[in-house]
Design a protein around this ligand. Structure first.
Ligand SMILES: [Zn+2]
Length: 314
């Protein structure tokens, strides 16, 4: 007996049991639907053949330079300090008046420009330092070898012949004016323009040598014979005050220094002078000790016959 469908079953058996008309699918379980090629990631790869790995040659480490620790330097021995010099209070004040050119006739109150140059050269080479009234009045310490150059009366040769040499040697000087001569532009004397130019250099300061009482028959500010104190003060004080006022008006500051005409002092003027000036100069020869004050300083006249080298210690 043949059962119905028994022959078909045999055909089905040849197709692997799948419904008719369908080919067997080779789709792998991890492949996205519709993707037919197998992904390499999904295909198990054979393990790579293990090639012999080159043995790395060890690179020698560069040798490090040894860090040198600086040797501690021995502390330099401090120079032995020179023993402190006592503060100098000795000042030499040199007195000059008029300057002339080489070959002109001269007297004791004149000096040639050549000789003035030699004086400045000598001071420089012997370590002398020039100082100004403002330094003394301010109480600045004196250089060990201190000298103050003073020019009296206010001759125009102070500007034409001496000032260029002061500039060349950077030497300082104070000029004591007979103020009336400058104010009235008397020929042969400094003008205010000359004074201003010199003052602006910082090398020159100006003092008073009275306004018009310089001569008084060679007695300067001394009282006249038989003059009362009242008359004396009424005559002299306005003269001194005028000298102060004109200097201040023209040069910007009142004078600090008064040079006694002919070196002559007058006790009746002492109070006024000390009220108005910080420094006064006589003509007494010698050095001055500033520990005793700034009044009545000595001065040494420099002349053609007496160079500074004969006055000051070497
Ligand atoms: Zn004079």
């Amino acid at each position: 007996m043949v059962y119905p469908g028994a022959g078909r079953a045999a055909v089905s058996d040849r197709s692997g049991g799948l419904p008719e008309g369908r080919s067997p699918s080779r789709r792998l379980s991890c492949a996205p639907r519709g993707f037919r090629r197998p992904s390499p990631a999904c295909v198990p790869q054979p393990p790579p053949l293990s090639e012999p790995q080159p043995v790395p040659t060890p690179v020698p480490e560069p040798e490090l330079e040894p860090v040198s620790t600086p040797e501690p330097k021995p502390e330099p021995k401090p120079e032995p300090e020179p023993p402190p010099q006592p503060a100098n209070t000795r000042l030499y004040v040199l007195m000059y008046h008029h300057f002339i050119r080489e070959g002109e006739e001269y007297n004791d109150w004149m000096l040639t420009d050549t000789r003035f140059r030699e004086d400045l050269e000598w001071l420089d080479s012997h370590g002398y330092v020039t100082v100004l009234p403002s330094q003394l009045a301010a109480g600045e310490p004196l250089p060990q070898r201190a000298v103050m150059l003073t020019f009296d009366d206010g001759y125009d040769s102070n500007y034409t012949l001496a000032y260029p040499l002061l500039q060349e040697y950077q030497a300082k000087a104070v000029i004591s004016l007979i103020v009336k001569y400058t104010q009235e532009e008397v020929p042969g004397f400094l003008t205010w323009d000359m004074c201003r130019e010199m003052a602006s250099s910082g090398l020159v300061e100006f003092g008073s040598h009275t306004y018009a009482s310089h001569d008084e028959e060679e007695h300067g500010i001394k009282r006249r014979w038989g003059e009362s104190r009242e008359d004396y003060e009424a005559r002299l004080f306005p003269d001194l005050q005028t000298s102060i006022d004109r200097i201040e008006e023209n040069l910007g500051s009142p004078p600090l220094l008064f040079a006694y005409p002919n070196g002559l002092k007058e006790s009746w003027a002492a109070g006024f002078i000390q009220d108005h000036f910080a420094i006064t100069l006589t003509t007494k020869h010698g050095a001055s000790d500033l520990s005793k004050g700034l009044y009545s300083l000595n001065r040494c006249n420099v002349s053609m016959g007496v160079p500074v080298g004969d006055i000051l210690p070497d």
